[in-house]
Structures are given as structure tokens and as C-alpha cells.
Design a protein around this ligand. Structure first.
Ligand code: NDP
Ligand code: MG
Length: 379
């Protein structure tokens, strides 16, 4: 298989490359293109380690610096939106691991679909922003859209136990993040460092903050809606503190089927790379007798408003998920720079959603315009 990776220098991207190495001798994967943003040092190492023929970064100046650094290799370095789109769609890949963080991953991922390339999708913001456009393109170009998000991979795997028409609901599990059980008053004072400490998962900064606000779960509800063609009301978020049950589905006979495992993104990444096969994995496996217990709870949507706002945007459809996502990216960016407080993330998202008139059945231009308008508003 030939693989291109958008966001190769990130948490998912680097784990994707580890899976490529883990699978050597079992399934050969040739890495034909990788992209990064600011971590040029790591990108250079990856180019050398995997003999990658194409690399791309958004900024022209970074592309020049990288091209100089790898001048002794055969790697061609591209830049800008066009460079990322070329890398995703035209480097001969059979599969694209879409692992850029945020909306910037949308156009290159769409280009790959239009080029008939299967997608291993980590970049959930793209599906939240442009769900109908993506799903129509997936159908039109006959590609596979394989979820990498652990919950959606679990749902995808669990759905194999029955017929689609037998499904009654999806049980999307949530760890609850670092602030589970806290009151609004307690959240007033939480710091960036506390929000960046996830109890179970080690991830990029943006998704770690999304996990603390529960926006990540909200984005995942919308992601599930599009991936599995279900209504928002048929997706129940269940807190499962230890992140062992990655999600479940309930069928019409009340049977519940779940997928379990240790919290490692390498499992869903590998499954997306090898689907429909299952191939031997490296690393630790789960020991239930050592684990002891698995606990459950309910999310508190009054305190963690982002989850409620995302469900609302998901039900409204149109440009609202785009507005929600862009507002969240702006607010999380400001929180990461310690310009706003934790609770202000939800406040800003809500205020921004109130400012926009919805447009039903938006075109891709409407979505790009809405995304831009939110970012121009700033914080
Ligand atoms: P990281 O922040 O670790 O990595 C992001 C990647 O995107 C890096 O390669 C980064 O480059 C690149 N990047 C950042 N901004 C831009 C930009 N404007 N244009 C092009 N490339 C850019 O994120 P994660 O790996 O944690 O997350 C990636 C996606 O996967 C997100 O959508 C997230 O929600 C999703 N996801 C992540 C999970 C995880 O466990 N990490 C779990 C489930 C989903 P550089 O580092 O060189 O600057
Ligand atoms: Mg997830």
C-alpha cells in the first residue's frame, strides 16, 4: 500500500508512522508523501527515515528551508494550499491519513477523495465542518472513509455485528477529561497547565483542550452523525472514565456490542491501514484482571456547555457546525495563549453562534465564507 500523511509531525501522524514500522514484514506500506507545519526538524528526519519522495508545508519560507535541508535526498518539497492538495491527491497514494489539526485539513482531504484515494480520517473538524459535502464525495468517488478517531473506529467495528437497519442507537463513550465532576465555580480558576493534563490520552494541544471542555465529544457526536448516518438524538454520550470501552452500539434486540482495548491510537490507526483485515499488533494488550473495574457516568452538559452547543449545531445543520468549529478553534487558540479563561471558550462559541444566520444546504463556498467570517471576527 502507498500512504500519504497530512500532519505527519503531529501526535497522530507520528503514531501513524510507528504503525508503518510495526507492520514491516506483515504488510508493506510505502510512505509517498508527508506534510507538517512548523516542526521542520522532525519532518526532515521522517523524510530521511522513510525515504519519502514528496513533502509539503503551508509556508513558502519553511518549504525553502526544508528543501535546502533535504537537498541531498530525492524529496521534492511543496508549499501552500496547492502543495498540501497535491501531496494529498497526486503523489500516487492508495490511502491518505488525514491528521492535520483543524479546518486546514479540509480542502486537501476533499481533493484526495476526488482523486479516488481512501481516507483514514483523524481530522474530525473536516467532517464537522463539511459533513454532507464529504459524504456525497465519498459516495460519488467510491472511496472508503475509515475512522481513526478511537470512538468511531469502535462504532465502525461494533456495527459489523448486525445489519444497519437493526441499529437502535450509538453509545459514544467519553473519558470526561481532567475536570470531570467539577462545578462551574471550580472551573472558574482552572489553568492552562491543568487543562493540558489529560488523564488517559496523550494528544496534540488543541484536542486536549477540546477534551477538557467536552467540545471534543460534541465534535465527535457530529462526526458520528455523518459517518454512520444517524440522528443526533440517537447518539448517547456515556462517560467511561478509564477509556477502555472505546464506544458501543445498541441493536433493536437491546444487545449492546462494544469494542475495548487500552487507550492507544495505534489500534484504530492500524485497523484503518489494514481494513478489512486484522493483522498482529505490537505493544501492550489489555489485562482485565489487572484492570479491576470499568466505571460509567453521565456528562454534565450544563457545566460543560460545549457538548450541548455542539449537539445544537449538529441538529441545526447548515453552516452552524462550521461556525461552531471555527469559533472553537479561535477560542482554543486564545486559551492556549492564555488570553482567555477556560469557561470563556464555551461563552465565546455560544456568542458567535448567536451572531450568525443559518444557511441550509450550504455550498463549499458558503462554508469557507462562514469559516473565514468567524476567524475575522476574532475574539
Ligand atoms: P497535533 O497538534 O499533534 O498535530 C497536528 C499536525 O498538523 C502537525 O503535523 C502540525 O504540524 C500540522 N498542522 C498544524 N497546523 C497546520 C496548518 N495550519 N496547516 C497544515 N498543517 C498544520 O494534533 P493531533 O495529532 O493530536 O490531532 C490531529 C487531528 O486528529 C485533529 O483533528 C484531532 O482532533 C484528531 N485526533 C487526534 C487524536 C489524538 O490522539 N491525538 C485522537 C483522535 C482524533 P507541525 O507539528 O509541524 O507544526
Ligand atoms: Mg476520540
Amino acid at each position: 500500500m502507498k500512504l500519504a500523511i497530512l500532519g505527519a509531525t503531529g501526535s497522530i501522524g507520528t503514531q501513524g508512522l510507528e504503525v508503518v514500522e510495526d507492520l514491516r514484514g506483515i504488510k508493506e506500506i510505502e510512505v509517498v508523501g508527508i506534510s507538517g507545519n512548523k516542526n521542520l526538524k522532525l519532518l526532515e528526519e521522517q523524510i530521511r527515515r522513510f525515504h519519502v519522495p514528496f513533502a509539503a508545508v503551508p509556508e513558502e519560507a519553511d518549504a525553502k528551508a526544508l528543501a535546502t535541508a533535504v537537498a541531498d535526498t530525492d524529496c521534492k518539497v511543496l508549499s501552500g494550499k496547492e502543495g498540501l492538495c497535491y501531496l494529498a491527491a497526486e503523489t500516487g497514494a492508495d490511502m491518505l491519513l488525514s491528521a492535520i489539526v483543524g479546518f486546514s485539513g479540509m480542502l486537501p482531504t476533499l481533493k484526495a477523495i476526488e482523486a479516488g484515494i481512501d481516507i483514514a480520517l483523524a481530522n474530525k473538524e473536516t467532517l464537522v465542518t463539511a459533513g454532507p459535502i464529504f459524504m456525497d464525495a465519498v459516495e460519488k468517488y467510491g472511496v472508503r472513509l475509515l475512522p481513526v478517531d478511537s470512538e468511531h473506529s469502535a462504532i465502525f467495528q461494533s456495527l459489523h455485528a448486525g445489519e444497519r437497519k437493526e441499529l437502535s442507537k450509538i453509545l459514544l463513550t467519553a473519558s470526561g477529561g481532567p475536570f470531570y465532576g467539577k462545578t462551574r465555580e471550580e472551573l472558574e480558576a482552572v489553568t492552562l497547565a491543568q487543562a493540558l493534563k489529560h488523564p488517559n490520552w496523550s494528544m496534540g494541544a488543541k484536542i486536549t483542550i477540546d477534551s477538557a471542555t467536552l467540545m471534543n465529544k460534541g465534535l465527535e457526536v457530529i462526526e458520528a452523525k455523518w459517518l454512520f448516518d444517524v440522528e443526533i438524538e440517537d447518539i448517547e454520550v456515556v462517560v467511561q472514565r478509564e477509556s477502555i470501552i472505546h464506544s458501543m452500539v445498541e441493536f433493536c434486540d437491546h444487545s449492546v456490542i462494544a469494542q475495548l482495548g487500552l487507550p492507544s491510537m495505534k489500534h484504530p490507526i492500524q485497523y484503518a491501514f489494514t481494513y478489512p483485515e486484522r493483522l498482529p499488533a505490537k505493544g501492550e494488550r489489555i489485562s482485565f484482571s489487572d484492570l479491576g473495574r470499568i466505571s460509567f457516568g453521565k456528562p454534565d452538559e450544563d457545566t460543560f456547555r460545549c457538548l450541548a452547543l455542539a449537539k445544537e449545531a449538529g441538529s441545526m445543520g447548515g453552516i452552524m457546525p462550521t461556525v461552531l468549529n471555527a469559533a472553537n478553534e479561535v477560542a482554543v487558540g486564545a486559551f492556549l495563549q492564555e488570553k482567555i479563561r477556560f469557561l470563556e471558550i464555551a461563552e465565546y462559541v455560544e456568542k458567535t453562534m448567536d451572531r450568525f444566520e443559518n444557511i441550509q444546504a450550504p455550498t463549499i463556498e458558503d462554508l469557507l465564507k462562514a469559516d473565514r467570517a468567524v476567524r475575522e471576527l476574532g475574539i
